[in-house]
Design a protein around this ligand. Sequence first.
Ligand code: URA
Length: 318
Amino acid sequence: MTETQQTHISHADYMALVRALEFQIDAGVNVFLEAEPVNRFDHQPSTETVEPNLQSNSPITPPSDSAPVFEPQGQNDDKPLYELPEPRPVAPAVLRKNTTEAGDISAAESAALRADTLEALKQAMEAFEGCALKRAAKNTVFADGNPAAKIMLVGEAPGRDEDREGKPFIGRSGKLLDKMFAAIGLDRNDIYITNLVPWRPTGNRTPTPDETALCRPFLLRHIELVQPDILVLVGGVSAKEMLDSSLGITKLRGTWQDLNIKGRDIPALPILHPAYLLRNPARKAETWQDLCSLQKKLSHSPPAHAANNSANHIGGTD
Ligand code: URA
C-alpha cells in the first residue's frame, strides 16, 4: 500500500483487531516475518504423531513446552517457519457413570429428556429444584453465543458476574476468553458457550463431583440439541469431568479426544482456563498453540450444519 492509500475500518473492527493482537502479543507472537500471511497449515508438520495406546494406562505425553521454532526466512524454504506440535490422540473418552449420591439424578434426566428444543431445556433447568446450588444462585446461567456455531465451549461454573447477569463468561475470564478467540478470528457469533453447572457455587468454589453429576443430564442434552462439530473443554474441571480423566489440565490441554455423547463422536479439545491464564500469563503461549490447533481442525470440518434446526435456537443469546 502506498503512503497515500488508506484503508477505512469501523471502530468496532479496529477494536476487535486490537483485542486479537493483544492476546497474540501476550502469547509471545511478537515476531513478524513477512508482509503477507502464509498458511502454515498447508505444510505437513514434521513432528511425529503418537498413535493412541488403547491398552495401556500410560500417561499422555504433553506437547513440548519448548518455544516455537522461528527460522530466518530463506534458510530452508520447505520448512514451515512455525511448527505446531501435532496434538496427541489418546484413548476415546467416556463420560463418567452417574452416581446416586448427588441427589435426584433421575429427575434431572427425565426433565432433560423431555426437552426437545434449547428453549425447552432452558425452561426445564430454570424449573428444576433438585440441585442445592440453585437455592443460592440469582440466575440459571444457560448459554451464550450462537447455537448454530460449529464450536461449543464447556466451562466450569458461573462466577459472580455471570450469576448476576445470567450469561456465561462475562467477567474478567470471559473478557480474556473473547480475546483468545479473537486471536483466531472468532467472536461469540462463531462459538456457543455453556458450563458444567448452570448455577454459581457460593464463593466461586469448584463444583463438587456430586453437583456436576446432578447437572450432567442437562449438559448432555444441551450438547445433543446443539450438535456441535467441536467441543472445547475450558479448564481442568471441565476436562476432567467430561473426559473422566485423572490427568491434570496441563497434560490434557491441546490433546484432541473423541468424546462420545449419546452415540455421536465429537472431537474435544481441552484448553487452559482463562482464569488460570490470568494468574499464569506465561502459559498463554501454550494456549496460542491450542487455538491454532483448533483453527486448523475448524478449517478441515465441513460447513456448519444447516442453520442447526431453527427450532433449536434459543431466544436471548445476544
Ligand atoms: N468461569 C467459568 O468456567 N465459567 C463462567 O461462566 C465464568 C467463569
